[in-house]
Design a binder for this molecule. Sequence first.
Ligand SMILES: [Zn+2]
Length: 625
Amino acid sequence: MRKAAQARRSRMIRTLLLLSLAFALAEGRLAWIQLVRHGSDRQGLVEAAFAERIDELTVDWGRGRLMDRKGRPLTDEPVRALAAFPLYGMPRGTEEAVRRAAMALDADPRQLTRWLAGLRAPDVWRLPNSRQPMALTPDREAQIRDAALLGVYVLPYANRYVSSVDPLHAIGYISQDPQRLARLYAKRLSQRRMVVSDPIGGSGLEKSLDRFLRGAGPTRVGLVTDAARRPLDGLGLRTEAPNNPHYPLQVRTTLDLDIQREVLETMKAAGVREGAAVVLDAANADVLAMASFPRLNPERIGAPGTDERNRAIAAYAPGSVFKIVTLAAALESGTAELDSDFRCDGAYVRYGLRCWKPEGHGELTLEEAFAESCNVAFAEVAEKMDPAWIQITAFRLGLGRRIGWSEDRFLDGRPLRLLGEEEAGTIFTDPQTAQDGGVRTGTGIGQRDVRVTPLQAANLVVTLLHGGRVQAPRIVSEIRYADGGLAARLEPQRNPSKYGEIRPETAAAVLEAMRAVVTEGTARRALSGSAWPLAGKSGTAEQAGALRGRNDHWFVGYGPAKGTARYAVAVLIQNQPAGLRNRAAAAFGQIMERLRALELRSRQPAAGVQAETPRILRGEDGSNS
Ligand SMILES: [Zn+2]
């Protein structure tokens, strides 16, 4: 019954969407469509599309807006920008007027004159070395208006990238890509609802949601001129906007700008150049923050020192973080219990495998071996097990497949995967070699072919906190029309393995062992003094090939580890010189401390201030000063 109702509802939503799209076309685009050059052959289409709007300036692409979970904008900052139209050699104004306008832009008058003279199409004045228009303060705007240069205006402009928000890999970038656009939107292009020079999402949500973000079309401003292309007195500018109350769509993400900023600051303060961090809501695996390094420069893809690839959803060798899986597999298969005894003499001779502690850990239980991250005990456990146990347990814990929120039939009946670039990772690349003891022991300690994404690693923790139920991390919660109507609600999803789940007792035992890592194991020094009790697992993955001698540092865990866990966090710091102590544990601790501080602030803002006041007013000796 519910299924049928849902199907009916989604059919209705789809019809509504189509209707409003048709409406948008009829209302908004008709005027432009009539202006398109006549060449109806497909060959001429591309040229016509480029030539079509040479005299107009796009001030707003009308693209769907993205916002954080509290409604704060992640795209489209409204600014006032200087816009100029080409005048083909006609004088703009006196030298003095140009000088005054240039001053308002912090520019050299010659630079402004050159730019104005060189215009072949209308354009906005941009920040140095940037595609971003310069945002004008009211003072600067007044100065420019006073200068009254011919064909120069101050216009409202929607900046796709918000200046106060660090570019987010999860949001991605837009750029011109006529070939891809032609491939994806052939129909819309042939119907003249689009031109090949329109921007298209190149990564992140800009890419995965592109077909919904397109909206009803851009807002364009044209200059009304006479036959000699002189601006007409009194007519000035003509604005064409889609005039459709439903667009642009409003996409509410699950990201929290405050948390995102704290994570970025932690990683920057730690000097991380390569790596990633993910913060998930422990309650439902919503993505609260997702950071990736090197940073994204949405305006200059491929620029040195930047990387558009989102490493939070790229798969890397997890090192000892994978012992979480090996431990769970050992408990599930009955190979060992937390209190089973092992012995480490510093090496697992049969496969030439060494413990990180050269003198060995001596006698220890499996729980202690986990807390101490003993390679020898875990190699022994892995060797004893049928490799299928490791593989199936990994699958049951949400590894080895793309884990993020997806739907086979979204609003338009086509599949949608929110994190489109997400990698699946691997456990064993070849089931045959898994029979080999060396492969098995290596896998058991997270080497060999094992690859895990930071998102999977954080989600693995959420899975354990939910007694083995795997969630599908969501990064968008709802899509609304511009006028507030709901277009789609993206409900939290689960992502169960076809092999079922681990037992809740296993999940509880693994969580207990993760707590021991902090109270008495490898992360004691970094994390035992934290204000929130924490739990987790560190990992150091040795690189091969060109990066031999370099290590990736991991830490994944949750907090608080007593009471209700609020956050699951994965930190990956890459390409560190060998021999360095794991730096990810400290970064994890700092992120958790910042999360705690944010919670305290949001819980009692007013009361906190009041409680502070009497103390501030009192002098050192307790008297009122
Ligand atoms: Zn050991």
